[in-house]
Design a binder for this molecule. Structure first.
Ligand SMILES: [Mn+2]
Length: 314
């Protein structure tokens, strides 16, 4: 199956500046480390406004209008790539873009059973009603599930935010919401969630593997268990937030959290996931070279991809 790289550098959903430089940081590392992925595979850059130039209009969901239109564009490009029969490797600025990519994935396979593996330090399941920061990179899962979590509301939300929140849930021509169900998601290595998020996870009975599980079972066995869980799914999307990695590897990401994956564990997970027969898309996100020394995080990404992907066999 042919493979295509999709790049969207938007960092508008992040709380710190610099993730829009992430996709380029990875490309530069690939050149320096003689990794030829970017020569081997065609790539398409999805052009959107990368930076927030003004202060946010709404505190509960910062830049939601801009992010809604960014996701609509991402959705179209992702849908086209999959309709044309490509598997995709995605390099993205901040994690809010994932909701646009998965919206496009759903749009391309409207009636299929789609799975999502979310490798992250965080749950990213806040809504404008519950998010303490209002940064939308903490909301993609709630967007996809159409989950408001009003029971845990911590602040008032303006009608214009609600209007855009409802719009963003329905990203795509078919306006499908939810894009997937709680049982279609498996979290890996989550370890830093707000109380409201843990409650949502429990309420929705979402499956998750905390770091203790990985340490106990080992990365390979954990990954195999997840592969089995998704065995009967038609297509699986893997989202890899680099903050899942341990900060001892690099602090080049907006929200590092101790106790994360080692390079070997990350490689082991991606080796298994990208060899699943129904694997269709891998996203790498939240590399932030402005917060890094000597481009270590991008180098770690190249190191992981080089040893885990075998594109020729896809
Ligand atoms: Mn994330």
């Amino acid at each position: 199956m042919p493979v295509k790289i999709l790049i969207c550098a938007s960092e508008v959903g992040a709380g710190k500046r610099g993730a829009s430089l992430g996709p380029d940081a990875v490309r530069i590392s690939a050149v320096n480390m003689l990794y030829n992925l970017f020569n081997q595979v065609p790539s398409e850059e999805i052009k959107t406004q990368k930076l927030n130039k003004y202060s946010p209009q709404f505190k509960s969901a910062k830049y939601i209008k801009l992010i809604a239109s960014t996701q609509a564009k991402i959705c179209r490009k992702m849908c086209n790539a999959h309709m044309e029969g490509f598997k995709t490797i995605i390099f993205s600025g901040d994690h809010s873009n994932a909701a646009g990519f998965f919206a496009g994935f759903r749009e391309a396979y409207p009636d299929k059973k789609l799975g999502l593996i979310w490798i992250d330090a965080h749950g990213d399941i806040h809504s404008p009603y519950t998010s303490p920061s209002g940064n939308m990179h903490g909301m993609p899962i709630a967007i996809l599930l159409g989950e408001d979590n009003r029971e845990n509301q911590i602040k008032p939300v303006k009608p214009e935010v609600i209007k855009n929140w409802e719009r963003i849930k329905r990203t795509g021509k078919r306006k499908i919401t939810p894009k997937l169900l709680p049982q279609d998601i498996v979290y890996v290595d989550i370890r830093s969630l707000e109380k409201q998020e843990w409650e949502t996870l429990k309420k929705l009975k979402i499956k998750y593997y905390p770091p203790e599980d990985l340490q106990k079972k080992g990365a390979h066995k954990t990954a195999k268990e997840i592969e089995k869980y998704f065995e009967h799914y038609d297509a699986v999307y893997v989202s890899f937030d680099v903050d899942s990695l341990d900060p001892s590897i690099s602090k080049g990401t907006g929200t590092p959290v101790p106790g994360g994956l080692s390079l070997d564990e990350a490689k082991e997970l991606l080796k298994v996931f990208t060899r699943m027969p129904n694997f269709k898309s891998l996203e790498i996100t939240e590399v932030n070279p402005l917060l890094d020394n000597e481009n270590k995080m991008a180098n770690a990404v190249v190191n992981i991809l080089r040893e885990s992907l075998v594109i020729e066999s896809w």
